[in-house]
Design a protein around this ligand. Structure first.
Ligand SMILES: NC(=O)c1ccc[n+]([C@@H]2O[C@H](COP(=O)([O-])OP(=O)(O)OC[C@H]3O[C@@H](n4cnc5c(N)ncnc54)[C@H](OP(=O)(O)O)[C@@H]3O)[C@@H](O)[C@H]2O)c1
Length: 244
């Protein structure tokens, strides 16, 4: 039986923000959403990379794409992003809180600035970004928020305590927001990937020979959440290497 246009482009006409889309998992998510017909705003601190990605998305997927310079730790930058996005697209349907940082550090002598940066980016970022856009979703009584947490946030790990704590906090935000936004038709999920083969990870750890997820696999799971039968809002979804 022939597939209808909506089967091929299930997110046609919708608008998503992907934070941290300049590389790695965020870049793969931006491509997956655009491939499903979604118009996408891509934000990160490195504007030239977001601009290049936006051009690629338009060319490859025939959607609208808006590059935005965004530092998720800075309230004025987040506010500016929300204003630009809503002025350009006039709507927001999906927020993917993906921007994040990872640092290894021992407890003894741990760097305070790195601790603060990790919590500020991985927890403060999703908080500021979601707060800036959720009112529009509430007005429309629909929306999806996907937080990219991590398996590391579901248990601790040595030398990664700030990172693990930040992702555990993101899991907790997910559960609280899901309950708070349920009456507005807004769903909130946290996806918790195991290790993913990105340049950021390879710069931090010697992972040669370690089984890893491809960024594309994480992106496909995000797309499934947005277009298929998603579990109940507030569900925390582990994504294990072995499961792929
Ligand atoms: N790789 C893994 O093994 C793994 C596993 C589980 C979960 N995750 C999570 O998945 C997400 C993406 O990870 P990744 O491996 O793809 O990392 P990555 O390659 O380092 O990408 C991180 C992205 O976040 C952006 N970013 C960082 N700080 C930002 C800020 N203050 N404001 C705006 N954007 C910012 C970066 O762009 P700019 O530098 O241009 O701002 C970049 O686009 C993170 O939340 C990470 O914790 C990763």
């Amino acid at each position: 039986m022939p597939r209808s246009r909506s089967d091929n482009r299930p997110l046609a006409g919708q608008v998503a923000l992907v934070t941290g889309a300049s590389q790695g998992i965020g870049l793969a998510i931006a491509h997956a959403l655009a491939g499903a017909g979604c118009n996408v705003a891509v934000g990160s601190r490195t504007l030239h990379r977001s601009e290049a990605l936006a051009k690629e998305l338009v060319k490859a997927h025939h959607v609208k794409a808006l590059p935005i310079e965004l530092d998720v730790t800075k309230p004025p930058s987040v506010q500016n992003m929300a204003e630009k996005l809503l002025k350009y697209f006039m709507r927001i349907d999906i927020i993917v809180n993906n921007a994040g940082v990872m640092h290894m550090d021992q407890l003894l002598g741990a760097d305070v600035a790195r601790f603060t940066e990790t919590l500020g980016t991985n927890v403060g970022g999703p908080f500021l970004v979601t707060r800036a856009l959720v009112e529009e979703m509430m007005r429309n009584r629909r929306g999806h928020i996907v937080n990219i947490a991590a398996m590391a946030g579901l248990g601790g790990a040595p030398f990664l305590s700030a990172y693990c704590a930040s992702k555990a906090a993101l899991v907790s935000l997910t559960q609280s927001w899901a309950a708070e936004l349920a009456d507005f038709g807004i769903t909130v999920h946290a996806l918790c990937p195991d290790i993913v083969d990105t340049a950021a990870l390879r710069a931090m750890l010697d992972v040669d020979g370690t089984p890893m997820l491809a960024p594309r696999v994480v992106a496909e799971r995000v797309l499934e959440l947005l277009t298929g039968d998603a579990p109940e809002s507030g569900t925390i979804i582990p994504l294990e290497v072995a499961a792929t």
